[in-house]
Design a protein around this ligand. Structure first.
Ligand SMILES: Cc1ncc(COP(=O)(O)O)c(C=O)c1O
Length: 399
């Protein structure tokens, strides 16, 4: 697939809606990125860190008890939770920090919601000896306290953002402000397939390893008793900005028989204002430098989002997902906060794997999917991260 086009559009979505001062920088970044991905030494170094430092490839694990429970689905978990730092975010931060080094930047910044991208950025900054500042909404600083301590221990500065809804959107606003002021020495490591071109493309490329591995493991490891020799029927992943989902989906884009399902956060319900379902409930609009689907008021102001999962609590979504939705390549569904909590319990008790609250949205959706399919189907779920970070806030909920 040759998308995005030269201007960074996936159909009508994407582009670069940024101040003049950032235009030249984004052009420069795109040039460096395009030459790096063609450069064998860059690829070799990227692969080296993915393998030796992050722990790739991750396993594709057949969840037997969960499959038995669901009856009609044979569920394979793509275990990104097993990676160093506990989530898929490390794949992308390794790629971007290597670009930062290539561009001779001395400082990296990031926004974070669940704190997983912040921890992954702090980690690669420590690894490469770069200064690191992470912006995080004040509400998220509280609900993801464990990750704040991890970032600090790794030597990063965490700046709580108290404007707006004090969540991911506001953290990203502040990060962009910092970037505009300090472009000379600073590289902005964006944590999802969002932001202005070339970020949605870059992050997709760095995360596409998830789907490439899963495809290979599913199709070619047929000799290992339970793995399949054909393509899966379904791919399921949670969608915040959309990087773990796009990372899984991308390698299957041309496999028309593979159904893709992205699970957004319905929060307190789709009929309330307290959700993060930008694809299901949003309008076409511009947020953080790209055109996509966003939650906005009638006057075009961005609405605050809500999700129990800090990493899904974002009123926008990556432009490529808006495109997949528009062309009908993927289907987007929603799961409420309450359902997500039962998703955490379900996987913990069925498989001995405690998923992140974000991931739990994808897990619990399987119950709905299982009721809707005819016959026996295979599904790969992106197990995007582990749940340790949520233990503080979930304690009350699981009594
Ligand atoms: C474990 C985990 N899964 C999913 C997400 C959502 O991000 P994305 O949609 O970019 O994968 C996050 C974000 O912080 C996360 O920490």
């Amino acid at each position: 697939m040759s998308l995005p086009n030269k201007k960074g559009y996936f159909g009508e979505f994407g582009g670069k809606y940024v101040p003049e001062t950032l235009m030249a920088l984004l052009d420069d970044l795109e040039k460096v990125f395009r030459s790096a991905v063609k450069d064998r030494s860059f690829q070799k170094e990227f692969q080296y860190y993915l393998r030796e430092y992050a722990g790739r490839p991750t396993s594709l694990y057949l969840a037997e008890r969960l499959s038995k429970h669901l009856k009609t689905l044979k569920v394979y978990l793509k275990r990104e939770d097993l990676l160093h730092t506990g989530a898929h975010k490390i794949n992308n931060t390794i790629g971007q920090v290597l670009l930062a080094k290539r561009m001779k930047k001395t400082r990296v910044i990031a926004e974070t919601g669940a704190g997983q991208h912040g921890v992954a950025t702090a980690t690669v900054a420590a690894l490469t000896g770069l200064e690191c500042v992470v912006y995080m909404g004040a509400e998220d600083v509280e609900r993801q306290a464990l990750n704040v301590d991890r970032m600090k221990l790794l030597g990063s500065k965490v700046i709580p953002v108290t404007s707006g809804s004090q969540t991911l959107k506001d953290a990203m606003n502040e990060a962009i402000r910092d970037w505009v002021t300090n472009v000379r020495n600073t590289f902005y490591i964006i944590g999802s397939v969002a932001g202005p071109h070339p970020y949605p493309l870059m992050v997709r490329e760095f995360q596409a390893v998830i789907g490439r591995e899963a495809r290979r493991q599913f199709v070619h490891f047929g000799h290992k008793v339970h793995k399949e020799k054909r393509l899966p029927d379904y791919l399921v992943a949670c969608v915040g900005g959309g990087s773990n989902a796009m990372g899984l989906f991308h390698a299957f884009f041309n496999d028309r028989e593979v159904h893709m399902i992205g699970v957004e956060a319905a929060g307190l319900g789709l009929n309330t204002d307290q959700n993060s379902a930008s694809l299901k409930k949003g309008e076409v609009g511009v947020l953080h430098g790209s055109k996509s689907r966003v939650l906005e008021t009638k006057d075009g102001q961005i609405k605050p989002a809500h999700s129990i999962a800090a990493g899904l609590d974002y009123p926008g979504v990556g432009p490529e997902h808006a495109y997949y939705q528009k062309i009908g390549r993927a289907q987007y569904v929603t799961v409420t906060d309450k359902e997500a909590i039962s998703g955490v319990k379900l996987l913990s008790r069925m498989e001995g794997i405690i998923p992140a609250m974000e991931t739990a949205h994808a897990i619990i959706y399987l119950e709905k999917l299982a009721r809707g399919v005819k016959g026996q189907k295979n599904v790969i779920v992106c197990l995007s991260g582990r749940g340790d970070k949520d233990m503080g806030s979930i304690k009350e909920l699981i009594k």
